[in-house]
Design a protein around this ligand. Structure first.
Ligand code: LLP
Length: 432
């Protein structure tokens, strides 16, 4: 009945999330509200870790891609679960370090890191800098020289795999702003340069083919291409690739008919492919890293809104407006993403109508979904949007000077605020 495994209907007919009454949570903390189930996050971390152990003998690391959901508490949780992290800005790195995260387990990505960010990363002792382009290679070498230490680098490679997902979140094909292409020989040339660059230590390579991918085949194909390339790097440059980071991108279920492959099956097939190709290419099996973001936090999140105006336009559609929208969830306006929704105070009733759920911004495109099956919704009802744990809070804005909602974490029957709601005062904090 629900896309999220932690949901149920209580005796009073209200939606429960992790055993807690969603309507009560909305009353206690206000709406809009991001609710994150920590038990689910921890279960996901453990499942990834376990399958790495089972299929690759533990010779690898799961690094949470923190762009999916970044705040101090999530770094504490994934750190406690033994994961590494991927960061993509000085801001994410700063948040992680402020939360006490071990910099040695950090991968720093980005196609255009600033000089300040690179310097900061070196100062923090970031374990792995993922170099995207030649200009960055040179800058990093200079910075490392000044700092008197060697920077540990991986190279971002475009493996030429075209994953079938939304255009904006495909990254593995040659026409992408990320990384070095294999086809043109630029990837090999870049690694050859690193060999001549005294303040860089070559550790390995990285690829990421896209996001919200349901099939295993493109991941297996990318792994094969990368390990073959490791063989070429060894033969032609005499360099051993110790670390192979295969990125993230594992799809999750947003609506009932989404059918993502189980992660353990991905890990089984990819591990097997890495071992087979390594043997064929004459290289040692590398230490592998995977970077799940959405699949760690997505299904753990639910957003609660209060329903305001309901407009029935006869013969056209019914608009159900809520007190949030594109400011806390821009994924519909960006990618036409689908979500499962329900009226939390009538969760057990059938979804008798089909509506358009609209946000509160001064913008016609500010919708959370169209053709959404929903229980009868009235002003004052609580609307729950499911599986919003990834790329919602982290992509939220203050458009129309709407403050960002609070984030509440649930664990073992308790709830606590981990990010407080923004106030009017917060909105003018940087204004002079
Ligand atoms: N590693 C790298 C280098 C990445 O660029 C990403 C995502 C990930 C890992 C994690 O991918 P995941 O496991 O979460 O799919 N805002 C879009 C998604 C953008 C993904 C960007 N990179 C959305 O809301 O669908």
């Amino acid at each position: 009945m629900f896309v999220q495994g932690n949901m149920d209907v209580g005796q009073n007919g209200n939606l429960t999330i992790g055993g807690q009454d969603a309507v009560e949570l909305a009353g206690r903390y206000g709406t809009p509200l991001y609710v994150m189930d920590e038990d689910i996050i921890r279960e996901n971390c453990a499942a990834f870790r376990q399958s790495m152990e089972t299929y690759y003998g533990g010779k690898g690391l799961v690094a949470y891609a923190s762009k999916a959901f970044s705040c101090k508490e999530i770094y504490r949780i994934v750190g406690d679960e033994g994961l590494g992290i991927d960061v993509v800005s000085g801001g994410e790195l700063y948040t992680a370090i402020s939360a006490g995260f071990d910099p040695a387990k950090v991968f720093f990505h980005g196609n255009n890191k600033t000089v300040e960010e690179l310097r900061y990363a070196l100062e923090c002792g970031v374990g792995y800098l993922v170099v995207d382009n030649l200009a960055e290679l040179e800058t990093l070498n200079q910075l490392a020289k000044t700092a008197g230490r060697r920077a540990r680098v991986l190279f971002r490679i475009k493996p030429g795999i075209d994953a079938h997902t939304h255009n904006f979140i495909r990254t593995g094909q040659i026409d992408s702003k990320f990384g070095f292409a294999l086809e043109t020989g630029e990837a090999l040339k870049a690694i050859a340069m690193a060999k001549e660059t005294p303040f860089l230590e070559y550790l390995g390579m990285h690829c990421h083919i896209g996001s919200q991918i349901f099939d295993i085949a493109p991941f297996v194909a990318a792994a094969e291409v990368m390990v073959r390339f490791m063989g070429q790097v060894k033969r032609e440059l005499g360099l051993e690739t110790r670390v192979l980071n295969l990125g993230g991108g594992f799809g999750i279920r947003y609506v009932q008919d989404n059918n993502p492959a189980p992660f353990a099956e991905y890990m089984r097939q990819v591990s097997a492919q890495v071992k087979i190709t390594a043997a064929e290419a004459g290289v040692d099996t590398p230490f592998i890293v995977i970077e799940p973001g959405r699949s760690i936090v997505g299904a753990a999140g639910t957003t609660l809104y209060t329903v305001g105006a309901v407009k029935e336009i006869p013969g056209i559609r019914t608009y159900v407006s809520v007190d949030g929208g594109m400011t806390d969830n821009p994924r519909y306006i960006l990618y036409q993403s689908e979500y499962d929704m329900l009226v939390a105070n009538r969760a057990g009733e059938p979804k008798a109508q089909t509506v358009t759920v609209a946000g509160r911004c001064c913008e016609s495109g500010d919708l959370l979904g169209e053709n959404v099956p929903l229980q009868k919704a009235q002003p004052g009802d609580i609307l729950a949007v499911c599986a919003t744990g990834a790329y919602n809070y982290s992509m939220a804005s203050q458009y129309n000077r709407v403050g960002r909602p609070a984030v509440v974490m649930l664990r073992g029957g308790e709830s606590r605020v981990v990010v407080r709601r923004e106030t009017y005062e917060d909105l003018v904090r940087c204004d002079l």
